[in-house]
Every structure is written in structure tokens, then in C-alpha cells.
Design a protein around this ligand. Structure first.
Ligand code: ADP
Ligand code: ADP
Length: 227
């Protein structure tokens, strides 16, 4: 059974905006599903419904066979990475990465162990751990945000345009890091971008969204003839 299922999701904000309509998709462990589509088509809203930051008008978000519609965001076992990093500016990098574990009262030895693991995975220098996010480059900030998502060891990973604020070279570097990291996680990953190259190179499947309607759901090969 799929880890993450979206069942007939609908989201209406108001009569003037196009709603997300009847969106259904299953995402298995180890799958990297990317929602691609123009600005305003409903990609972020879809991720936010999975994270519990928006309530669906209709339909269900199901994790491990259980609807999580009534589970508040903090209690969903889902980690999200945002375009704007969303790091805590007053905390050090180490405290940012540790924050989801501190909230869960994880013992400090275990926190240290997991920080060491993700810092290695993401090629973050030890010397960055004591800095504040304001003293990091964009690429470093986004790696810290990904590290914070990984330490939680969630059931599902969500990434909302994580590369869009990076310049071209960094975008490519962080993209290949993301690909490697999420391959080894073996969890469902749902990714959002308007960039077809990102979608092609990262995804196991692509969901093309237009005006809130799922147009196509298939492999990068079927959609873009890649690779
Ligand atoms: P995308 O991520 O694909 O750019 P969004 O999910 O952000 O698209 O937005 C989908 C539609 O919903 C757009 O028409 C947008 O204006 C509208 N929308 C998004 N958030 C809100 C909100 N909080 N209130 C009202 N309308 C919203
Ligand atoms: P980017 O290409 O992401 O914009 P920057 O030019 O911002 O990169 O940063 C390049 C290097 O300078 C990085 O190693 C970063 O850690 C360091 N750096 C950037 N801003 C600061 C700062 N305010 N204090 C200390 N180091 C910084």
C-alpha cells in the first residue's frame, strides 16, 4: 500500500480563483513525485494540504492508510522544505537543525548523532554550525533547511521550489545532492517546481498540473522523453 495517498482532493479559496479539483495520486516509498505547472496552478496549495497547513475543501490526505485530515501539522509525520528556507534567524545552524528533535524531547546524545550524520550527508562544514542563517550563502541555507527536514526522519518529505532562490551553478549542485540524498531515504518525496529540468532529472514520476487539474501523471521518459 502506498505511504501517501491523495484522494479526490479539492480546494476552493473563493469563487474567483480556480479550485484544485478532484486530485488523486498515490506516492510509494522511494518515489520522487514532482508537481510541475505554471505559477498559480495549485502546486504549493497541494503541498500545504499534505503538510496540514491548508485544509482541503473535500477529499483526504492519507498516510499509512489513515486519513490525517484531522491531524494538526505539528503532529503529522511530514517534513517540508520551503523556497525561502524558513530558518529561525536568531538560532545557530546547529540549533536550527536540532529544533524538530528538541520539540520532540529527543535525548541530546541522539540529537548530536543525527546532526553529525546529516552534516556529513549534506557536505556542511563543521564551522558553519555555530553561525546564524544570516551569515550563510543561499546554497548553505537551503542545505541547512534540508538537514532540518532529514533529522526528523519523517514518513513523507515535501519540497516547495527549494532551488528557485539559488543561482544557476548552485542550483545544479544542490539538485544533484538532493537526488542522491532522497534516493537513499526510501520514503515518499513530493516536490514542487515550475522548472522542467528539475522535474526531469529528479523525479521518478511527474504530475502535470494546470489550473488546478491534474493533466498527466507519468514517468519523465513518457512526459519529456528523458532520459
Ligand atoms: P502555485 O504554487 O502553482 O504557484 P498556488 O497553490 O500558490 O499555486 O495557488 C493556486 C491558486 O490559489 C492561485 O490562484 C492562488 O492565487 C490561489 N491562492 C493560493 N493561496 C491562497 C490564499 N491563501 N487565499 C486565496 N487564494 C489563494
Ligand atoms: P551565494 O552564491 O549563495 O550568494 P555568497 O556570495 O552569499 O554565496 O556567500 C559566499 C561565501 O561567503 C559563503 O561561504 C558564505 O558562508 C560566506 N558568507 C556570506 N555572507 C556572510 C556573512 N554575512 N558572514 C560571514 N560569511 C558570509
Amino acid at each position: 500500500m502506498a505511504k501517501l495517498q491523495l484522494k479526490n482532493l479539492r480546494k476552493e479559496y473563493n469563487p474567483k480563483t480556480v479550485p484544485i479539483q478532484d486530485l488523486s495520486v498515490d506516492v510509494e516509498d522511494g518515489e520522487f513525485l514532482t508537481f510541475v505547472g505554471p505559477s498559480g496552478c495549485g502546486k504549493s496549495t497541494t503541498l500545504r494540504m499534505i503538510a496540514g497547513l491548508e485544509e482541503p475543501t473535500k477529499g483526504n490526505v492519507i498516510i499509512n492508510g489513515q486519513s490525517v485530515n484531522n491531524v494538526p501539522p505539528g503532529e503529522r509525520n511530514v517534513a517540508m522544505v520551503f523556497q525561502s528556507y524558513a530558518l529561525y534567524p536568531h538560532m545557530t545552524v546547529a540549533d536550527n537543525i536540532a529544533s524538530p528533535l528538541k520539540i520532540r524531547k529527543t535525548p541530546s546524545g541522539e540529537i548530536q548523532k543525527r546532526i553529525n550524520e546529516v552534516v556529513q550527508k549534506l557536505d556542511l562544514e563543521q564551522s558553519l554550525l555555530d553561525r546564524k542563517p544570516g551569515q550563510l550563502s543561499g546554497g548553505q541555507r537551503q542545505r541547512v533547511a534540508v538537514a532540518r527536514a532529514l533529522v526528523r526522519e519523517p514518513e513523507v518529505f515535501l519540497l516547495d521550489e527549494p532551488l528557485s532562490n539559488l543561482d544557476a551553478l548552485l542550483r545544479e549542485q544542490v539538485r544533484s545532492q538532493l537526488k542522491q540524498i532522497f534516493k537513499s531515504q526510501n520514503k515518499p518525496v513530493v516536490y514542487v517546481t515550475h522548472d522542467q529540468t528539475e522535474a526531469m532529472t529528479l523525479s521518478t514520476r511527474i504530475a502535470l498540473l494546470n489550473d488546478g487539474v491534474l493533466q498527466q501523471l507519468d514517468t519523465p521518459h513518457q512526459i519529456y522523453n528523458y532520459p
